[in-house]
Design a protein around this ligand. Structure first.
Ligand SMILES: [Zn+2]
Length: 195
């Protein structure tokens, strides 16, 4: 089956060579792909925006996500509007932006002068992406607050850390739901095409 990345890149297999693929191998057309994407958008709007921001680097979807999550934090979590916007922006940055480690370029391994061979990247601990520690997250968020309204690390932990994590969780859940739904639609389509 086609990967979610290919689906959102609208990478239509037939268009790669210009020749039709073998029957049953990958009969999906670009019209099928647009149809699947439209269904995901209707059924999983938030997850769809995440995938558009992440894979298509769609700035509109990313902006809409920040707005949606700012409103959710403000209304449902009773966070003041400025902090809601800052938390939403940072949570969406963590989930949607690439955050690829610049030392190992996402490989998780890098060559260090001393060892002269590939070893686990010390900057990202081999993860390949930069995920901020709680302290780094605090420093980043605090730097985005107005200069006359800074908070301590303790205040951040007490008031905002769990709210930030809730936002990241919610994004991850929405992304998974959209991926699962897209797979179901592709499955159904493949069965219809094979029948
Ligand atoms: Zn790294």
């Amino acid at each position: 089956m086609m990967s979610i990345e290919r689906l959102y890149s609208r990478e239509c297999p037939k268009s790669l060579t210009g020749e039709p693929t073998k029957p049953g191998l990958n009969p999906m057309t670009s019209a099928d792909i647009l149809n699947i994407l439209a269904q995901v958008q209707r059924h999983e709007p938030v997850g769809n925006m995440i995938l558009q921001a992440k894979i298509q680097l769609d700035k509109n979807s990313r902006n809409k996500l920040v707005k949606t999550f700012t409103a959710w934090l403000h209304h449902d979590k009773s966070i003041n509007i400025l902090m809601s916007a800052i938390i939403a922006e940072n949570a969406i940055h963590e989930v949607c932006d690439t955050c690829i480690c610049d030392k190992c370029k996402g490989n998780g391994e890098a060559i260090y002068k001393k060892e002269r061979k590939l070893v686990t990247c010390t900057k990202c601990q081999g993860v390949g992406r930069i995920i901020l520690t709680t302290k780094q997250l605090y420093l980043t968020i605090n730097s985005q607050r107005p200069s006359d309204n800074k908070m301590t690390f303790e205040q951040f932990n007490e008031l905002y850390y769990s709210v930030y994590m809730d936002a990241v969780d919610r994004l991850n859940v929405a992304e998974s739901a959209a991926k699962r739904f897209a797979h179901e639609v592709m499955d159904r389509l493949n069965k219809d095409l094979a029948a």
